[in-house]
Each structure stands twice: as C-alpha cells, then as structure tokens.
Design a protein around this ligand. Structure first.
Ligand code: SF4
Length: 331
C-alpha cells in the first residue's frame, strides 16, 4: 500500500516501529494530529469521500487495552496493532462501529501489547486462545508493518496459549517459515468469486485465498475456513454450491482432514446503506426489504424463515462434502 497522506501522533518516534514507518514513507506528506480517535477534518468528510479516506494511513499508539471475553474460536478478543483496513467490503462491520473512520490505523506500541498478552496467558491456569484480528486484517497490515512475524516469534516466548486471526488476503509467504509451534490458528474467509469481486472490494481473489490456505496448512499451521458473511443475493444457493464444489476440489487433502468451519450470515445497517449509496453508487444494494428485517439500532438481518432455510442448506452442503463435525457454529 502507498498511502496518499499519513496522519500521525507526535510520540510515535519513541517506538521502533514508529521510526521505521517514518523512514519508509519519508516521501509522503505527514500531518500531525492530537489523537487518532478523533481527526476532525476526516470525521466531517462527506460519505462520497469514503474511497479517498481509505487511501490514508493513520499512525498512533493504542491507549485502551481491554480484553473482551469471547466464546467462539477464542477465549478473548484482544485489541492489537491495527484497526480498520484499506479494503472496502460493502458490509464491513468496522464501518458500523467506526463509521467513516474505518481507514487503516496502525498502533506502534506493539511491545506494550505483546507484554500484556504474554503476562495474561502465563497467569492463566488453562491454555487460552486470543483473537488478535477482530479490529482489522492482520495479513494486510503485515504488508506495511511486518508485525506478524514479530508477533509470532515473540508470542512463542509465552509458556502457553494460542493466537488466532482471520483474513481475506493471501499474502501469507512471510509466515511460512516461522517457528509457530502449532500455537497459531489462521482462519481464511471465503465467498463466491462474484461476491468477492462486486462486494469485497480490494480483497484477494478466491483462487489466491485457496492457494494461501493450502500453503499455511503445508507450513503446519492450524487452519479454518470462515464462510462469511453469507449474502443472500438472487442466485445465492447456486453461487455457494459452486464455492463449496471449488473448495472440495482445490483444498489439499491435509487441509480437508484438519479443517474447521465457521459460518456467519450477513447483517447490514442503515449506516452502510447511506455510505455505499454515496460512495459506490453503481454497486449492488445489499439491503432487500423482502428478505431482511430490523434488528435494533438501524441494523438489518435476514428474516427468520429465510435464515432457517439458509442454515439447513449451508449445513447440509458443507457436511456432504467435508464430513460430520467440521462446522463449529452457524450464526
Ligand atoms: S477485509 Fe475485513 S476489515 Fe477490511 S473492509 Fe473487508 S471486512 Fe472490513
């Protein structure tokens, strides 16, 4: 990524990564800010500026480090080295949480975050799994910071525990030769290629994602698949059937033997509709009043009857191809 401009907090040069980034992007214009959480001139931009906002890079330090309990693949969601992303998935949940500020923010105080993570994991009686990628896409972030090799190497200094993160990107090569000790769980998000092209704007193609999955398994990482989010476009059953056929044909035997699967149906919101209509006027409208219903706070989800039918369909199609017991949850 070559950002068009960088906004930065003054103290970032006190950190190794801050210094490295300053040098690496020395030919780009740097604009000082007080606080990465509230950049007035960006917060007040029009929705039509959304694409341009995604070309910016914000660099600061993370101040809040609260772990949130989780009960799916991990035990805790951990705020880590970035938030936001340069891609523009039309449904991205970060848009809901951060509205227009879903541009990529990097936090250079990684030593502090790692130290906390190692202490937390060593203090626990049982082996815990930490989700470090719930606020961003770490594979994408890694192309700028090289934080993942740093993270994996340093986390291995803890006595126990695992880390996990999801991605929609394929640039996994820097991870393949690391000594991860089987304590890193990688989860690749997949969707039909048509949905990737038209809705997951700026992410890796399905072919590249499958290739990355096979490489990660070959490097002995534990790897899962996130079928997410399922979007009920007009011919959705046909599209997902093709996707599952392709996965069955192209995932390695080793992957199919060890894989687990998470399934998430899309939720959408009033904020997404508004931004997408103004920033991507030619894109598909993901809101469908016949298929969706309100779910509080301006959010929409698929109607119950469709949803139940959809869950049965996806469950049966996955089990038929990949066997019993691979699906961790459908939500
Ligand atoms: S890749 Fe993930 S974080 Fe980035 S826009 Fe898409 S859903 Fe959001």
């Amino acid at each position: 990524m070559r950002p068009t401009q960088i906004y930065y907090e003054a103290n970032i040069e006190q950190y190794t990564l801050g210094k490295e980034l300053k040098e690496r992007f020395s030919d780009i214009s740097w604009i000082p800010i007080e606080n990465h959480n509230n950049i007035e001139e960006l917060r007040t931009k029009e929705n039509s500026e959304f694409r341009n906002l995604k070309q910016l890079l914000i660099i600061g330090t993370r101040k809040t480090h609260k772990y949130v309990e989780n009960h799916k693949v991990s035990d805790y969601l951990v705020p880590y080295t970035s938030s936001g992303c340069t891609a523009m998935c039309l449904y991205c949940y970060l848009v809901c949480n951060y509205n227009k500020c879903s541009y990529l923010r990097l936090f250079v105080n990684r030593e502090q975050m790692m130290d906390r993570l190692i202490r937390h994991s060593n203090r626990s009686d049982k082996e815990l799994t930490y989700e470090i990628g719930s606020n961003s896409d770490l594979i994408l972030e890694n192309t700028i910071t090289n934080n993942l090799p740093w993270t994996i190497e340093n986390f291995m200094k803890s006595l126990k525990g695992k880390i996990t993160f999801p991605s929609k990107f394929s640039m996994v090569d820097p991870l393949l030769s690391l000594n991860h000790q089987g304590r890193v769980v990688f989860r690749m998000s997949v969707n039909p290629e048509l949905i990737i092209r038209e809705i997951e704007l700026g992410t890796s193609s399905l072919d590249k994602r499958i290739e990355a999955i096979n490489k990660m398994v070959e490097a002995d990482y534990k790897v899962g698949i996130l079928v997410a989010p399922i979007i009920m476009v007009d011919n959705w059953k046909e599209l997902y059937t093709e996707l599952f056929d392709k996965l069955e044909a192209e995932l390695s035997q080793k992957m199919k033997k060890q894989m687990f699967i998470e399934v998430i149906f899309m939720t959408y919101s009033f904020v997404h509709r508004k931004i997408n209509a103004e920033a991507f006027p030619d894109s598909i409208d993901l809101y469908n009043k016949d298929k969706m219903t309100g779910r509080g706070m301006g959010k929409y989800c698929y109607r119950n009857n469709l949803r139940i039918d959809g869950e049965i369909f996806i469950h049966d199609e996955l089990e038929r191809r990949f066997g019993l017991g691979k699906i961790l949850y459908i939500c």
